[in-house]
Design a protein around this ligand. Sequence first.
Ligand SMILES: NC(=O)c1ccc[n+]([C@@H]2O[C@H](COP(=O)([O-])OP(=O)(O)OC[C@H]3O[C@@H](n4cnc5c(N)ncnc54)[C@H](O)[C@@H]3O)[C@@H](O)[C@H]2O)c1
Length: 405
Amino acid sequence: MRKKVTVVGGGFVGSATAQRIVDRELADVVLTDILDGPPAGKALDMMESGPITRTDSRATGIITASGDYSATAGSDVVVITAGFPRKPGMSRDDLLKANYDVVKGVVEQIVKHSPNCILVMVTNPLDAMAQAALKISGFPKHRVLGMAGVLDSARMSTFVAMECNVSVENVHSFVLGGHGDDMVPLPRYSTVAGIPLPDLLPKERIDEIVARTRKGGAEIVNLLKTGSAYYAPSAAAVEMVEAILKDKKKILPCAVYLDGEYGIKGLFVGVPVKLGAKGVEEIIQIKLTAEENAALQKSAASVKELVAVLGLRSNWMIDRSLHEEARQMKFGISIFPLVLFSLAFYAIPTYHILSHRDLQPALKVNIDSVCTLVGTFGILPCVALASLNRRLAALEKGSSLGKQS
Ligand SMILES: NC(=O)c1ccc[n+]([C@@H]2O[C@H](COP(=O)([O-])OP(=O)(O)OC[C@H]3O[C@@H](n4cnc5c(N)ncnc54)[C@H](O)[C@@H]3O)[C@@H](O)[C@H]2O)c1
């Protein structure tokens, strides 16, 4: 059976993403939007290209304005591109809140219908929206990631290939950090046919490439006049989707929830990760110079500011994302013996009542009272112990995820 991908938001990025998935026959695609007509029209148009591009992937377009997401049920991967672009007079915080509301409504519905999916966030501001999606979904952290680094690295590779006049296939670029002006392109780790950039180009040329990469999105916006880039963003999102669907274990720079890696805790920031069927299967930690690390911390601080505007608390999120799996792992096993142990104390008084056994009255009252008391007060520590156990399971799970990552 073919895999299923839902693309939420049938605008420029969403429809290009859907088309690339269908063209490459990676999965059947459901394209959703709040607009009536365009998603269905675009999906049918994609299907009609199938006989020419030779793909049997099915595309379906649905309107979700009424809140009906049933057609998305059972998706393996969900790419979220829904949101508003920044309008004149709108502050960055206004945009942040408007898109948060969109992402909240979308993620709540997606989780209901595809509880096991992997969420790939595209909506801007990317890192904050990924953080919001983790909180709203309650998913474990390895099933929520954001697309930015693949795009930013592709932009850098394009400029390096243009500068060196070589095939883009020879170039490998490395960009870390948040998806903003203070992203962190790393020339030391960027190579042309394996040769590090500083060995190939003078510092001034590298600095220009770094600066152009940082402004890559704005350069396209200025040229387009309306809207923002979508060819490269959709290609980047699909590279991540493909790595997941085909369990490729591909190392790609993605926005992921860091829990101490790179000295950053409780935030989504772009770092290299291994992507496979489980989502984020490992966070790759590379050695940074003091200068590179300072740039990464500065970029993370910008993400933190946005997250603070939304009032997303990171500690709470760690608990919740781990809770889902911890609950399945330990809760069921630990609470029942404890509760049974306490309930057992009710057996003696119950036996006395049912059997009308004529014990010596004073003795009977004492035994029954003690047992009832122990049973009743036993339940309370049982519940406390069970909840402690649950918490321990969450921590245990956290450290094992930490080891994986
Ligand atoms: N992460 C990145 O690197 C990157 C790159 C490019 C664009 N983006 C972001 O991706 C988003 C989409 O960009 P675009 O160019 O496709 O914009 P667009 O305006 O063309 O498309 C957005 C679509 O979302 C739809 N939408 C709004 N609310 C919705 C909801 N609740 N449910 C479903 N659909 C809804 C709109 O009707 C519209 O069709 C923007 O936030 C943009 O900033 C991110």
